[in-house]
Design a protein around this ligand. Structure first.
Ligand SMILES: [Zn+2]
Ligand SMILES: [Zn+2]
Length: 270
């Protein structure tokens, strides 16, 4: 059993879809014996039907994270992070927000395509599974080409989560070409991917990305990896991380990444 180092994808009451008290997350991280945690609340912009509740008050969020960092500094290293919902047309606005604050860690995620949230089902309507998955990966690639202000791409193949049974499961071989272009582009730009264990909680029985993608990223020379639970309640923190550590070890990965002011360093998996 490996010692779990960190959880790098956590949502609190500052996210539109969570009511989890932020200080309780820090206390849970200490209780779990983690060296670091990264709070990564949602920063979303220009998505159809998004209510005011979804606007991240970054000033208030930053202030609270820095207070907690100071208060618990002897016990845990608290990272100031964010999960940015990227779309090609929102690059200028979102990158200006990221540059304005001293973030330690930024996850870029594709939650929407052309302003429509993948969870709504509109994207899937009238399309086959392959078409939806291909459209999603093309969109991810466009985002990676455009954006620079991020460290890892979030849950890179989680498109399989939405649209119902028909759209579940990734046929890696069918999308191999575009996934290879995506992974090579990330490596060329010095960016990483996250391993996100929320798939186990969404009845997918796997982490994102799938083992084929993770293996390929490592084969191609990718070294930047973080592991996140994507928990919106503290009880899910580090859930199923043992499966990720076991898999990483089986393919020869020895380090996971840590971030300070968006600069990576590496921690040996023990
Ligand atoms: Zn996400
Ligand atoms: Zn998330």
């Amino acid at each position: 059993m490996n010692k779990i180092v960190s959880d790098y994808h956590l949502h609190s009451e500052f996210s539109g879809d969570s009511t989890q008290n932020i200080e309780e997350i820090v206390k849970e991280g200490i209780r779990l014996g983690l060296e670091e945690i990264a709070l990564t609340d949602h920063l979303e912009y220009d998505i159809e039907g998004m209510t005011d509740n979804w606007i991240l008050d970054v000033d208030r969020y930053a202030k609270r994270v820095f207070e907690l960092r100071e208060k618990y500094k002897k016990d845990i290293d608290l990272k100031f992070g964010v999960e940015v919902g990227v779309q090609p047309h929102t690059k200028d606005y979102l990158e200006s927000v990221i540059k304005k604050y001293p973030f330690d860690f930024v996850i870029a995620s594709s939650h929407a395509i052309d302003r429509v949230d993948l969870a709504f089902g509109e994207i899937q309507a009238g399309r086959t599974k392959d078409e939806v998955h291909n459209l999603y990966f093309e969109y991810v690639l466009q985002n990676i080409e455009k954006y620079n202000e991020f460290n890892v791409y979030g849950h890179i193949d989680f498109v399989t989560r939405y649209g119902g049974e028909k759209f579940r499961g990734l046929d890696y071989k069918k999308h191999f070409d575009i996934i290879d272009v995506i992974l090579k582009k990330l490596i060329e730009k010095g960016k990483g991917i996250e391993v996100n264990t929320s798939g186990y909680r969404y009845r997918e029985d796997r982490f994102y990305p799938c083992t084929d993608i993770l293996k390929r990223y490592y084969e191609l020379g990718g070294e930047i990896l973080t592991i996140g639970s994507d928990s919106h309640i503290k009880d899910y923190m580090t859930m199923d991380f043992d499966r990720v550590y076991d898999f990483l070890e089986s393919i020869g990965v020895k380090y996971i990444s840590s971030f300070d002011k968006m600069q990576p360093s590496f921690k040996k998996i023990k």
